[in-house]
Design a protein around this ligand. Structure first.
Ligand SMILES: [Zn+2]
Length: 235
């Protein structure tokens, strides 16, 4: 997310947009911790209808019997009549990236609503070794969806706009160390470029820690920009 975009959304006139339920600080930290592999998915989203300054809706959602992305699509299409010609920008902050099935549903949704622009920021990559999930993300990108890993900038933005933070704690500094973000950034590059996975995540039974390791092959060194490789601090 560019800094100018963040600043635009922080404008006081824009924050007067309708803001629905905020999540509690502990919920935010647990759901969006990149070191944890929490099963449930949390979605924080905002919809900007027609580009109007006071037309921002913010809301949150979690998985039910359906994945949160499907819940969003059903809610979006059922709660308000939506003219196909209406321009609309949607931003998702997801604790897990969409699975292959949800990616298909999102692609179909965007085909039916060509004037909807979707930006997706994800904290973690969902079962990133699974080829169906990798292909799903590539299909979304081909359809024009922007997908990025959440960085400190997005964590701070979510904290201020979606979290019921204590009055004295408006400025949030993410508690998560950088290396996990960098590794997910690197793995997302592999997915986009159609390279084999380089990130391996090991969760041991009855062990509280999750291990992240990198297994880079020559194709990774050849195709991935060097600054992305070096940014992990592990190379
Ligand atoms: Zn899904």
């Amino acid at each position: 997310m560019s800094s100018s975009f963040i600043q635009r959304l922080r404008c006081p006139t824009l924050t007067s947009g309708l803001c629905m339920r905020r999540i509690e600080p502990q919920e935010f930290e647990v759901f969006f911790d990149q070191r944890e592999l929490r099963k449930e998915t949390c979605l924080l989203y905002e919809i900007n209808w027609g580009g109007g300054r006071n037309s921002i809706w913010r809301h949150t959602g979690q998985n039910t019997s359906k994945h949160v992305e499907i819940n969003f699509i059903e809610k979006f299409t059922s709660e308000r009549y939506f003219y196909p010609s209406t321009r609309c920008s949607v931003i998702w902050f997801l604790s897990w990236s969409p699975c292959g099935e949800c990616s298909k549903a999102i692609t179909e949704f965007l085909s039916r609503h060509p004037n909807v622009t979707l930006f997706i920021y994800v904290a973690r990559l969902y079962h990133h070794m699974d080829q169906r999930n990798r292909q799903g993300l590539r299909d979304l990108i081909s359809r024009g969806v922007t997908i990025q890993i959440m960085t400190e900038q997005e964590y701070c933005y979510c904290w201020r706009n979606f979290v019921n933070y204590p009055p004295s704690n408006e400025v949030y500094w993410p508690r998560y160390p950088n290396p996990w973000m960098r590794m997910y950034v690197l793995e997302l590059y592999c997915i986009i470029l159609g390279l084999p996975p380089c990130l391996k995540i090991i969760r041991r039974h009855q062990h509280p820690l999750t291990f992240f390791t990198l297994n880079l092959q020559s194709c990774h060194y050849q195709r991935i920009p060097p600054h992305i490789l070096w940014a992990t601090g592990l190379i």
